[in-house]
Design a protein around this ligand. Structure first.
Ligand code: DC
Length: 235
């Protein structure tokens, strides 16, 4: 990993991880790796196989046959399963539910771990997910744990669904309930639960703009790079 930098961004759904990670990636010309998209791509595969979310054995068997790959087209991440681009299919409610359920299983996590680490071995990356600072890249140059209050995250999701014309019958209290249920599931599972790494910078985006969060991360990174440079010089 000599000469390469990596930024890990973890946090609950709706905290703004992907928006911020994309903005930081652009500013630094780093590659943005959305690990949630990989869990979602596997979920598409499990759903196609007709597997139930609670069928751990079936899912563990199926995952061995699912080859996940990432490629970048016009700077955007595309995710493939067994050669098929599933990028356009991964943002549905059914896929979100299957991704959240199947990402609990050790076999599913193990299947993606090496691929995620490999991506950080050859390029500067900013990677977002739930366990990047704690499990995937424990040596990351900078670890950020990005949160926002459940209420703010629900409001953001509500506006986003409204803008996309996908709100349907959903109400704000229902969206809030969904977010709290997903938080609980992601942070209470036995395998790689959502939690801040001990050395993560904690950022609450509730009262901050995208530009403010981006600036804070850039500043934190340059401090870490200086610290590392000093450690290398002393060595
Ligand atoms: O970030 P997202 O909502 O696209 O992630 C989809 C699901 O995948 C989410 O329920 C948690 C899971 N996930 C995970 O367990 N570990 C990661 N590094 C990224 C996502």
């Amino acid at each position: 990993m000599k000469g390469l930098y990596s930024i890990a961004i973890d946090g609950p759904a709706g905290a703004g991880k992907s928006t911020i990670a994309k903005a930081v990636a652009e500013r630094l010309s780093y590659v943005y790796v959305d690990t949630g998209a990989m869990y979602r791509a596997l979920a598409v595969y499990f759903l196609e196989k007709g597997l139930a979310p609670e069928d751990e054995k079936g899912i563990a068997e199926a995952v061995g046959q699912a080859e996940v790959k990432l490629a970048y087209q016009d700077g955007l991440q595309h995710v493939f399963v067994n050669g098929r681009d599933v990028t356009g299919e991964i943002r549905t409610e059914a896929v979100s539910a299957m991704a959240s359920a199947s990402s609990r299983y050790a076999a599913v996590r193990a299947h993606l771990l090496e691929l995620q680490r490999e991506l950080a071995r050859h390029q500067n990356v900013i990677m977002d997910g739930r366990d990047i600072g704690t499990v995937v890249l424990p040596e990351a140059t900078l670890k950020v744990f990005l949160t926002a209050s459940p209420r703010i995250r629900a409001e953001r999701r509500y506006v986003q669904l409204q803008e996309q014309g996908k709100l349907g019958e959903a109400t704000l209290p229902e969206i809030l309930q969904d977010i709290e249920a997903r938080d609980y599931q992601d942070s209470h599972r036995a395998n790689a639960p959502l939690k801040a790494a001990e050395d993560a910078v904690l950022l609450d985006s509730s009262g901050l703009s995208e530009a403010e969060v981006t600036e804070q991360i850039l500043k934190a990174l340059s401090e870490k790079q200086k610290e590392q440079g000093m450690v290398k010089e002393q060595a």
